[in-house]
Design a protein around this ligand. Sequence first.
Ligand code: CP
Length: 317
Amino acid sequence: MRSFSGRDILSLKGFERHEFFRVFEAAEKLEPIARNRHNSDLLKHKSLVTAFYQPSTRTRLAHEAAMLRLGGGVTGFSDAKMTRAGDFYQESIKDTVKMLEFYGDVIVMRHFEQGAPHEAAKWASVPIINGGDGWGEHPTQILTDLYTVYREKGRIDGLKWLAVGDMRMRTMHSLAYGLTQFDCPITFCAPPEITLTDEFKAEISGYSLDWTEVGHVEEAIADADVILVEPVVQPDYTKSRDERDGDVGLTPANYKITRELLETRAKSDAILLHSLPRMDEIPTDVDITRWSRYWQEAFNGVVMRMALLALVLGKME
Ligand code: CP
């Protein structure tokens, strides 16, 4: 097995099946630290640098919380406008990470340009974790989601997935790559103008992924064991910041998971994931139903980042 020590986590493409289980195993071991809110000293002498060129609530703070739970330190920026990358100089990724690598032992980067964390990894002598790059990928979020399914269902193989939302979304790409390593048929449901690109469909068809598409969630929800939702009313992820400008519209019924739909059509033991933030695609009255698991996802988001930090920093093998 390839070692995780010193490794960049940039993509789930090429992430091997046994590596998912290795990460899940590490997460299960570390989970009591987060559950008991009792910090450990596993990463006592290590520091995390957060380099966020795009807004984030969960990804940045979950990585920071994970590092603090493991006894390490944290520094970084949450808005590139406060750095030389966001002012007159427009400092390059190379020059920036050639500094950041001296400020910590691992860097988590979110960027509006697809491939920016990969560029950072070319220059950094410390591991780079991709916290979301443009429309590219969001590997740590999907590792969190797969771990949530694993914990909730006790397995990954054999479960049918329904993925609803904007298929340009980075989570959707990481999800498709991730599921190539499992026996999990997946149905994608998205508005035609923001569905998977032909190029991406051709790519995933090259793997053994059993995938299909529908135009309305009603066509697929009854079969689904795992329903993963992202907004279709979305900002532009290729911008450093996309402010809301007036009325942004509502989610069409085709891509909305309502309580009534779940109660009348979904399997009683299906689970509903949403990495958040949400718009109106999952109304808040779904939160207290038997299907919702997004708060468990939030907790697991910290646990998964603890596992990844411990693995890439060589403190777990
Ligand atoms: N799910 C997710 O990536 O959330 P943030 O944008 O808040 O990090």
